[in-house]
Design a protein around this ligand. Structure first.
Ligand code: GDP
Ligand code: MG
Length: 314
């Protein structure tokens, strides 16, 4: 990886956290803004568990985005850790991107997010995402409704769609301009500071959520057991090189294990195939993926299991 190259006069750099309720599109937006698949997204709420970082380097600024788990009222230990984690992100960054679901009017949960953020006195940009789902006639009215959530603050509002990309370029420009003057903090080629292991395990978890939906909501975690580079072999049975990845999917109940494995192992094969294809794109090599499923009752409430899986809440 090359050293920072861009550090000319007027260059800006800094940290920006994406904050908001679960499922408003924070991770999708982050992927779009950075232009690579970094954060996992899903139609199921609370997909993002760790604070993910992603780096966007342009000619005029370097933005380090921090994706956060959604802010909501916590119900169990994992939920509490997720919210703690989001609050910690807020105190560490240069500015905040508060993401709302612009296709719906603001609700109680949105007011809770604003209340949490007011205490911090950080520069804030408001994003009304999912603008593609809103009829044109409602644009102005919807903007006003959100503006009324923070009447005493002069936070600029950006309307965009993380799916169609409308409004995203303007958002990047505004974010960049709001950062402090400073040189590049990370090399240009770097996109995420998550370990390769974490990113790979997230790709598996995404496939689990995608294929099982309601049946296995949040009680699933993935641990990468081994990553091994297998060099190409010559001779009679010549094989090209590949990366072998062994991973364990943890669930809380035996019934969930059954769903994950599926009839004759069909579900696990579908999940494995989906994850393998994404991994191959991500690491740019052919991948051999082997998945195991293990039942660990109540892992979400056990500090030991949470720590082992890396959910520290700090
Ligand atoms: P997060 O929990 O805030 O990180 O939300 P995700 O990024 O995981 O997105 C939740 C769901 O909303 C996914 O199904 C996304 O495809 C969808 N989504 C995100 N942004 C948009 C958008 O701008 N328009 C539409 N139509 N859907 C979106
Ligand atoms: Mg997310």
């Amino acid at each position: 990886m090359s050293l920072p190259e861009i550090s000319q006069k007027g260059y800006r750099s800094g940290f920006v956290a994406l904050i908001g309720r679960p499922n408003v599109g924070k991770s999708t937006l982050l992927n779009k803004l950075v232009g690579e698949k970094i954060a996992i997204t899903s139609p199921v709420a609370q997909t993002t568990r760790n604070r993910l970082r992603a780096v966007l380097t342009t000619q005029s600024a370097q933005v380090i985005f921090i994706d956060t788990p959604g802010i909501h009222k916590p119900h169990h230990l994992l939920g509490k850790r997720l919210v703690q984690s989001s609050r910690k992100s807020i105190s560490e960054v240069d500015s905040l991107l508060i993401v709302f679901e612009g296709c719906h009017p603001p609700g109680k949960g949105d007011a809770y997010v604003v209340k949490l953020l007011q205490e911090h006195k950080k520069p804030v940009l408001i994003v009304l995402n999912k603008w593609d789902l809103l009829e044109k006639e409602k644009f102005q009215e919807r903007k006003e409704e959100y503006k009324n959530l923070f009447p005493t603050f002069d936070w600029p509002i950006f309307c965009c769609s993380a799916i169609s990309e409308d409004g995203c370029a303007g958002l990047v420009e505004a974010i960049s301009k709001g950062l402090p003057i400073g040189s590049q903090l990370f090399p240009s080629g770097m996109i995420s500071d998550q370990s390769e292991e974490t990113l790979l395990s997230e790709l598996i978890r995404e496939q689990v959520l995608l294929h099982t939906r309601e049946e296995i909501p949040h009680s699933v975690a993935v641990k990468i057991d081994r990553i091994q580079e297998v060099p190409p072999s010559n001779g009679k049975n010549a094989k090209s090189g590949h990366t072998a990845i062994l991973a364990t999917v943890l669930v809380e109940r035996k019934s969930q294990k059954g769903i994950l494995i599926g009839k004759g192992g069909a579900m696990l094969r579908t999940i494995g195939r989906g994850a393998r294809l994404q991994m191959e794109t991500f690491i740019n090599a052919s991948v051999y993926l082997e998945l195991f499923v293990k039942v660990v009752p109540h892992w979400r409430s056990k500090p030991g299991s949470l720590a082992e899986l890396g959910y520290k809440g700090d």
